[in-house]
Design a protein around this ligand. Sequence first.
Ligand code: CTP
Ligand code: CA
Length: 216
Amino acid sequence: MRVLITAGPTYEPLDPVRFIGNHSTGKMGYALAETFAAAGAVVDLISGPTSLPDPASPNIGVQRVQTADEMYAAAAALAPTANIWVFAAAVADYKPAQVAENKIKKAGDTLTLELVKNVDIAAILGKSKRPEQFSVGFALETNNERAHALEKLQRKNFDLVVLNSLRDAGAGFRHDTNKITLLEADGSVTTFELKPKTEVAHDIVQTVLARLSRHA
Ligand code: CTP
Ligand code: CA
């Protein structure tokens, strides 16, 4: 069993000293890597910049990347041979249209940046997914949560989407706990209590392994 996991944020450079990125500790993706490895899988963890150490398990290979383009290249190379894809990364939706060669100097009272859309790693790989492969996505939503999550499930060809609602106290990127709902392609919905991210990872992995046994 091979599992491909993207984790952490991506940093999109603006100049040699600045970037556009987002809040993501990478904890959820790393916890999933550890949990899949403990269940006997060989894991490829493609991680954006995080302060977390590489997971200790010898069954987890870690590739560190910075940008969405680098994360995509690493994921695309590993996706065909993985049985399970888990897209836990908080990929920057846009990147600067130009990267300045030298540090941008302060000038003027306002600064306007032009951004261009980043590659959608999950959506592009989703188009090449084979029937026996299983894809898991994440959705962090603040409103119309289930509708947005289901739209992503369809658009990105996920078999399962992990919905985090920022409306749930103690959930999301600022916390070590998470409250998730699992939405599946067959319409089934499973809700879980607020728990530590390590236990959330366990719930996700158990569900994925159970589904995989009856999948394709
Ligand atoms: N994702 C990805 N590549 C991107 C953006 C998102 O692989 N460029 C993946 C995330 O890892 C996650 C899922 O797609 O598993 C949903 O991410 P999200 O940011 O919620 O979706 P977006 O399509 O970017 O929509 P939104 O406008 O809500 O940000
Ligand atoms: Ca996004």
